[in-house]
Design a protein around this ligand. Structure first.
Ligand code: ADP
Length: 280
């Protein structure tokens, strides 16, 4: 199958020290993938190379649109990290979403009837239609996340790229956002996101790329979330627990654990780390 995104031996640095080295990856249309790795691993930099806001110092990044004849430029919808948004900018939900459509609009600086219909449809789809006239800074983190998702979707992208969509929202909202992304993916959308939340990735994302300057490993979470791979990615001591068909990942605490704080009789029923079944 033809790839939608291809990186060939890509390297990048901001000021001399390499941030990404010899990264080769490809994603196919309809794929839903997460980039995971520690802070500073180069995840956001990799997204910016795909978005074209940064250029590799070595290697190539290729984006191919769905149109086979090459006449249609590929479109990428981008959902930024909420933390990077300037919330002092006084705009309503409707206006933010319209910004996502502007590049595709006609010669007039206002939405056409067709654009208005499309905006209304996307707001309905994301269940934020009743917030259309609200100022974005008055919304909850989860609602803001949906607004930026709507802004990306309104442009009918070939590829949806999200930077940490579960950061800055509570656990339930994170769960809802990932569920929504799963639904969009089932409808055919190709999705690439970064996340620091390994447990959410394990539960919701079918393909994971472990990155720390290099690609350490990639594959389905049940194959990739093993202690050797995660230790290599995070340069730390990771604990992986398989229970009831689910995967839980936790950084192993340093030094003394909670057991050392408990009196002996309490300890009877609590398994030690080395008694908990290890991953493959
Ligand atoms: P991640 O998203 O995995 O946390 P980033 O891609 O944001 O990692 O950053 C990778 C490395 O590049 C970090 O060491 C970071 O400090 C550095 N970096 C990121 N942006 C810049 C920049 N604009 N100028 C200089 N260094 C940067």
């Amino acid at each position: 199958m033809q790839s939608i995104v291809e990186l060939h031996q890509v390297s990048f640095s901001y000021n001399g020290a390499p941030v990404l080295e010899d990264v080769s990856l490809h994603f196919h249309p309809g794929q839903f993938a997460a980039l995971v790795g520690p802070s500073g691993a180069g995840k956001t930099t990799l997204l910016k190379l795909i978005l074209g806001t940064l250029t590799p110092i070595q290697g190539q990044v290729q984006i191919t649109s769905r149109a086979q004849n090459g006449t249609k430029a590929p479109r990428i919808g981008y959902v930024p990290q909420l933390e990077t948004v300037d919330w002092n900018f006084p705009v309503t939900v409707e206006q933010v979403v319209w910004m996502g459509r502007v590049k595709r609009a006609g010669p007039w600086p206002w939405p056409s009837a067709d654009d208005r219909r499309r905006i209304a449809t996307v707001l309905e789809q994301l269940e934020i239609a009743d917030l259309a006239r609200q100022h974005i800074r008055n919304l909850s983190g989860g609602q803001q996340q949906r607004v930026f998702l709507a802004r990306a979707l309104i442009a009918e992208p070939d590829l949806l790229v999200l930077d940490e969509p579960t950061t800055g929202v509570d656990m339930r909202t994170a769960e809802n956002v990932l569920h929504l992304l799963g639904e969009l993916n089932r409808q055919g959308m190709t999705i690439l996101m970064t996340t620091h939340d390994l447990n959410a990735a394990a539960a919701h994302v079918p393909w994971v790329v472990c990155l720390n300057r290099h690609v350490i490993a990639q594959g389905p979470p049940e194959e990739i979330f093993t202690e050797p791979i995660l230790n290599a990615t995070y340069e730390g001591d990771m604990l992986v627990i398989h229970q009831d068909g689910m995967i839980f990942v936790q950084q192993r605490p340093h030094g003394h654990g909670y057991r050392d704080l408990l009196p002996e009789p309490v300890l009877g029923g609590i398994p030690r780390h080395d008694e908990i079944s290890r991953s493959k």
